[in-house]
Design a protein around this ligand. Structure first.
Ligand code: MG
Ligand code: ZN
Length: 195
C-alpha cells in the first residue's frame, strides 16, 4: 500500500473579514472635482485642470487590471450658466488628456433645486454609469471626496469609498463606512479585494 504523500501545506488564507472580497469590482467610478482633479469651483477653463497627486498612476493600475472606469460628476454650473456645455466638454477632455481615458462619463448638469434624479446624492449618475459599462451596481465602487458621493453609491446599491480632502466635513468622514487617505490607497483597497 503506497504511503500517502505528505499533505501539502496550504498557504494561510486570510479570513474573509466583512468587506473583503476575492475579486475585482465590475467597475470603479470616480467623482471628478476634489477626487481626480483639484477642485476649482465652477471651473470652465481647461488650463486650470490639475490632477490630484497619484491619480494617473492609480487609474493606470486599474486599467492594467482590466477594470472599467467611469466619472460621475455634478456640474450645476451648467444649469446656472456659469459653465457652457462646450466649456464643460473642453474641461473633461483635458481631464482625459492628463489622466487617460474613461469608459463612461456621467454628468449632472442640473441645479441643486431642480429635483433631478441624477445629481449626487441621488443614484442616477451611478446607475447610468453602471448601465453604460454593463456593470452590476452592487459590484461597483464609487470613490469620492464628500458625503454625497458615498450617499449616491449607497442609494444605487454600490460601494462607496471616501477619500477626504481638507474641505470634507468631519461628519461626512464619520458617516462614511470606508475611508482611505488618498486615491492610491483607495485603489490599493479595490485591487486588494477590500471593498
Ligand atoms: Mg468632489
Ligand atoms: Zn441631474
Amino acid at each position: 500500500m503506497p504511503v500517502p504523500e505528505a499533505t501539502a501545506v496550504v498557504s494561510a488564507t486570510p479570513s474573509s473579514a466583512p468587506g473583503t472580497r476575492r475579486v475585482l469590482p465590475d467597475a470603479v467610478l470616480f467623482d471628478r472635482d476634489g477626487t481626480l482633479v483639484v477642485d476649482v469651483p465652477y471651473n470652465d477653463d481647461p488650463d486650470r485642470v490639475s490632477p490630484v497627486d497619484g491619480a494617473r498612476e492609480a487609474l493606470d493600475r486599474l486599467r492594467a487590471a482590466g477594470v472599467p472606469l467611469g466619472v460621475v460628476t455634478n456640474q450645476s454650473g451648467v444649469a446656472d450658466g456659469r459653465i457652457t456645455p462646450a466649456r464643460l466638454a473642453a474641461v473633461n477632455a483635458r481631464v482625459e488628456q492628463l489622466l487617460g481615458p474613461f469608459d463612461t462619463w456621467q454628468t449632472c448638469p442640473h441645479g441643486r433645486d431642480d429635483g433631478c434624479g441624477c445629481r449626487k446624492p441621488a443614484p442616477g449618475l451611478v446607475r447610468s454609469a453602471c448601465a453604460a459599462v454593463d456593470a452590476d451596481p452592487s459590484r461597483c465602487v464609487v470613490i469620492g471626496d464628500i458625503g454625497s458621493d458615498v450617499d449616491a453609491a449607497r442609494a444605487a446599491g454600490a460601494v462607496g469609498i471616501l477619500v477626504p480632502t481638507p474641505a470634507t466635513r468631519p461628519e461626512e468622514i464619520v458617516a462614511a463606512g470606508h475611508v482611505e487617505p488618498d486615491i492610491a490607497a483607495a485603489v490599493d483597497a479595490v485591487l486588494g479585494g477590500r471593498w
